[in-house]
Design a protein around this ligand. Structure first.
Ligand SMILES: Nc1ncnc2c1ncn2[C@@H]1O[C@H](COP(=O)(O)OP(=O)(O)OP(=O)(O)O)[C@@H](O)[C@H]1O
Length: 396
């Protein structure tokens, strides 16, 4: 744990809103017109463990008040990145900056307790022999007692647990312990909070509630955060931006919509959300897939191209619409698998080529296995096109 007394300006909810709105801008200017540093920046940072590279020339800038969700396969370097920021590891090369200070690299080294970086782990890691109040005070050494009490009250209100101040951790549920861990990390008013899979030990329904409380508390205090998660939905719903990591680098950093709707690569397309890949053929107008026209441009080599089809992009109908002469290609397909997910039903259909694609249907639609359906791209949606392992930029 790195928390230590860190005293900063009192943030207000209004500040948080302003900061949050501004958080999407790459580099803001302050009142004097000067460029403002990101709250956190890693510049060409590398770290290996012996012969194992964990983080490779990684660049990342997180703006003040922004929440970045980091996602990627096991072993891609997410925890190492957090440990480098927290000061639990030293980079082999590159620079780590928190606010306007270099905390590692370029000859600098600021120890963890002086970095103004808070940590929240998967295991809540509260001190079992200390009350909730004293757990939170632990990171406030050097702060006057009256101010400590005020901060304890404030952070407990933020996480909706003011009544637990005199309880011991074993008198709290798992979700409550996790919210106290967050409160403890916020009390010293850190510049950045790092959350390493903080909700993964909680069951599904509790997870959603604790997640909402956590995001609300981060927003209310305008705290900059990196959240490591294995959960795509969590990344999409929590992150202002999502960093998709692979083999020690951030392969794509973008808003949830950018990462989901315009993945830069085959890896991101298949890692963030379900995706099926279909080959395309060229005709005089552009590229056609089995589900319809993909692109009107003709400067792409169809032999190397594939269309990325997400289940929400695939329409299924029982009969051809009356205006079937509209030039839209549709494939006759057979329903092969039906999975009921509650609000939606996932249909897997086999196309004439033998390939399968998946389609989300509203919960009221359940075509029995074996039904002949017509599959096409949902009108108005433009699926991504892969050429080799990379997607082509989609015109807005
Ligand atoms: N202390 C260590 N000693 C040796 N190798 C390590 C150490 N910590 C991590 N590694 C290796 O560094 C690479 C990155 O590990 P890291 O824990 O950062 O990945 P991760 O993305 O957080 O994985 P997970 O999602 O499984 O937690 C992996 O190959 C891992 O085996």
């Amino acid at each position: 744990m790195t928390s230590e007394a860190t005293v900063g300006r009192d943030a207000t909810p209004d500040d948080a809103r302003e900061t949050h709105v501004g958080a999407r801008t790459a580099y803001e200017t302050n009142d004097t017109g000067a460029q403002r540093d990101p709250a956190l920046a890693l510049r060409t940072v590398s770290k290996s463990y012996g012969d194992t590279p964990a983080v490779c020339e990684l660049d990342l800038a997180v703006e003040a008040g922004e929440i970045v969700a980091l996602i990627g396969p096991s072993g891609c370097g997410k925890s190492t990145l957090l440990r480098l920021v927290a000061g639990l590891e030293r980079p082999d090369a590159g620079e780590v900056r928190v606010g306007d200070a270099t905390v590692a690299g370029r000859g600098a080294w600021v120890p963890p307790e002086k970095r103004r970086v808070g940590l929240v782990f998967q295991e809540h890691a509260l001190f079992p022999h200390l009350t909730v109040g004293d757990n939170i005070r632990f990171g406030l050494a050097g702060v006057a007692r009256a101010e400590q009490d005020a901060r304890v009250r404030k952070v407990l209100e933020l996480v909706h647990l003011p009544h637990t101040v005199d309880r011991y951790p074993h008198e709290l549920s798992g979700g409550e312990q996790q919210r106290i861990a967050l409160a403890r990390s916020l009390a010293p008013r850190p510049e950045v909070v790092l959350l390493d899979e903080p909700f993964s030990s909680l069951d599904e329904s509790l997870r959603a509630r604790v997640r909402t409380d956590t995001v609300d508390a981060l927003r209310a205090t305008g705290t900059t955060a990196i959240l490591v998660t294995h959960d795509q939905t969590e990344a999409l719903t929590v992150g202002d931006r999502i960093g998709v990591m692979r083999a020690g680098v951030v392969e794509q950093l973008g808003t949830p919509a950018e990462v989901f709707e315009r993945p830069v690569s085959r890896f991101v397309a298949s890692f963030m959300g379900d995706a099926d890949f279909l080959p395309v053929v060229a005709d005089e107008h552009g590229l056609m897939s089995e589900l319809g026209r993909v692109m009107v441009r003709t400067d792409v080599d169809a032999r190397e191209a594939e269309v990325v089809v997400r289940p929400h992009e695939v329409a299924l109908t029982l009969t051809l619409p009356a205006d079937g002469g509209d030039g839209v290609a549709r494939a006759r397909a057979v329903v092969e698998r039906v999975e009921y997910h509650g609000a939606f039903v996932l249909h897997t259909v086999r196309l004439p080529s033998g390939r399968t694609v998946r389609s989300w249907q509203p919960h009221s639609v359940r075509y029995p296995v074996g039904t002949e359906v017509v599959a096409s791209i949902q009108p108005g949606l433009v699926p991504s096109l892969l050429v080799g392992d990379h997607t082509l930029p989609t015109p807005d």
